[in-house]
Design a protein around this ligand. Structure first.
Ligand SMILES: [Zn+2]
Length: 259
């Protein structure tokens, strides 16, 4: 009768019987601490210039340079029994694969459901976010969807502010003509501080009148703080279109009144 190891290889050595009456053989456990190098078994720390090296000597303390760490009693199988064992193992593996696949499918469905719920809960914010083009806003949107955390007050403010600014810029028209001396009521929208390049700091003041027109003053005169509405006298210097937005450059502003 031919006998086989669990991996299907034919066994021809001594056959034992275990305490349950099953056929077994003694399998050796190979040492995994030492290596055969140039026909010699060595325990090594590593290789250096193709030479093995060790600080404590080349004898393997695990196996005493025998290459065998121990032995273990293993089952032997007839061809018929092995086929049954393999079939049972294949069935188990197939069941596990199916269970894993189903679990993965459920997890994916739950993830999609959660994502859809997040989108629905934040539909209004997302709609606003999707109306904004440009790399910054695309990255903002991707990050928001990836994190799936309700928008913070700061995030909402940022988006609302950008939408309001774009809407205002879209209606911005030129004010007056170059050389005109005008009296304007404007709100300070933003103050950009320019770096001091040896001539002192300078400021760019972005101003908005009640019709939504963007006015710009570059210089040192203090027009007011961000958010303040002031009435001032100034001279129209020139008209410019920047990033598609019509803007009126003013100079020599003199504040008459702070609202
Ligand atoms: Zn060894």
């Amino acid at each position: 009768m031919e006998l086989f190891k669990r991996d299907g290889t034919l066994y021809t050595g001594t056959v034992n019987t275990d305490d349950k009456g099953r056929m077994t053989y003694i399998a050796v456990i190979h040492c995994d601490r030492c290596h055969v190098i140039n026909g010699q078994r060595l325990w090594i720390m590593g290789m250096n210039n193709g030479q093995p090296y060790s600080h404590t000597g080349f004898d393997c303390w695990t196996c005493g340079n025998t290459g065998i760490r121990g032995e273990r009693e293993e089952r032997l199988y007839t061809a018929e029994k092995l086929a049954k064992v393999n079939k049972a193992a294949a069935t188990r593996a197939a069941r596990k694969a199916e269970a894993d696949r189903a679990a993965l499918e459920r997890a994916e469905a739950a993830r999609l459901e959660k994502h859809a719920a997040f989108r629905a809960e934040n539909a209004e914010f997302l709609r606003k976010l999707e109306s904004l083009d440009g790399d910054f806003w695309v990255a903002f949107r991707d990050d928001f969807l990836r994190r799936a955390v309700a928008p913070s007050v700061r995030q909402i403010g940022l988006v609302e502010g950008e939408i309001a600014k774009r809407a205002a810029n879209a209606v911005s028209a030129f004010v007056g003509n170059a050389g005109d001396k005008v009296t304007l009521t404007v709100t300070v929208e933003r103050i950009i501080t320019l770096p001091d390049n040896g001539f002192g700091v300078s400021y760019i003041n972005l101003l908005r009148d009640s019709a939504g027109n963007l006015l710009v003053y570059r210089g040192l005169s203090d027009i007011g703080q961000k958010g303040e509405t002031v009435t001032l006298k100034a001279t129209i210097k020139e008209h410019q279109i920047r990033d598609g937005v019509k803007q009126t450059i003013i100079q020599r502003p003199r504040v008459l009144e702070v609202a």
